[in-house]
Design a protein around this ligand. Structure first.
Ligand SMILES: [Mn+2]
Length: 283
């Protein structure tokens, strides 16, 4: 059995097994600050700070495995000069500290392969299962097999909470999102995505078709490891045109398979601050 432990004060999660200690982090977006140069804002590379934070975390957790949950780099299709410089060096340092490193591809990871040392294993965007935990970035649908996992963990939206305090000051913080996941809606949406016409019982249909037993009931969204980034405010009222609710990014959240209203939000230090529904009243 894997134990699932968020690491206090870090946007990171540890999956602890008998022999393995698997550290998972998401959304480094290396090279993000370089995109600001085009807007006339010059920031020094933030990569040394990200590496220092990662090394502190590794020292604390002593992982046997390190999994990057997508968006290691920032420039989507091309490789920026800063990324050529920073990413190989970052991974060479990490390879000296952690025996096994894997990267699950995110939507920003175009041409990432060329930047990684050979020892780093690249996994597709449809994700991977580690015991009963399914990991994928969240911009694309996971493989049907991942629905066999009780818990699904994604990144991608860089979740934040924003509210006003009684003085009117606006507070924004990175948050963990823990939401219940509706199996039937998930199965229905995934079949639709795969262009398979579902019969009435979508769960049974998906299970037959892929020879799986679906167990996905828990959904986690990780805060981005790069704390410099903006993110999606999960408690914002999203009213689109004609009074329709505007959705979140990523196919799973858009499919309404995850009940975001009742999602519980936790600050990085583990403090529970309320559900999305409760915090929506404070925006
Ligand atoms: Mn992403």
């Amino acid at each position: 059995m894997l134990q699932l432990k968020p690491i206090r004060s870090f946007p990171a999660i540890l999956l602890q097994g008998e022999a393995k200690r698997i550290l998972v982090v998401a959304d480094l977006h290396i090279g993000w600050e370089a995109t600001l140069i085009e807007k006339g804002i010059h920031l020094p590379s933030q990569t040394p700070k990200i590496l220092a934070k990662m090394l502190r975390l590794i020292k604390l957790v002593r992982p046997t495995n390190l999994v990057f949950l997508g968006d290691v780099k920032h420039a989507i299709a091309r490789v920026k000069r800063e990324e050529w410089r920073d990413i190989p060096k970052l991974f060479e340092t990490l390879c000296e500290k952690v025996p096994n490193i894997q990267v699950i591809l995110g939507n920003h990871d175009g041409n990432l392969e060329a930047l990684l040392p050979q020892d780093v294993e690249i996994l597709p965007a449809k994700g991977t299962a580690i015991g009963k935990v399914g990991l994928f970035h969240g911009h694309a649908w996971p493989a049907p097999e991942l629905l066999q996992c009780r818990t699904l963990i994604t990144g991608h939206i860089h979740p934040m909470v924003a509210f006003r305090d009684p003085l009117g000051f606006r507070i924004t913080r990175q948050v963990w999102v823990r939401a219940p996941c509706q199996k039937a809606q998930l199965a229905r949406s995934l079949l639709k995505h795969l262009d398979i016409k579902s019969d009435k019982d979508s769960v049974a249909h998906l299970e037959r078709r892929f020879n799986i037993r679906t167990e996905a009931t828990h959904f986690f969204i990780m805060p981005s490891f790069n704390h410099f980034l903006g993110g999606q405010t999960v408690n914002k009222k999203r009213m689109g045109k004609y009074g329709r609710t505007r959705g979140f990014i990523g196919p799973i959240l858009r499919s309404k398979s995850v009940n975001i209203d009742s999602a519980e939000l936790f600050l990085l230090d583990g403090t529970f601050i309320g559900t999305v529904e409760q915090l929506r009243r404070l925006t």
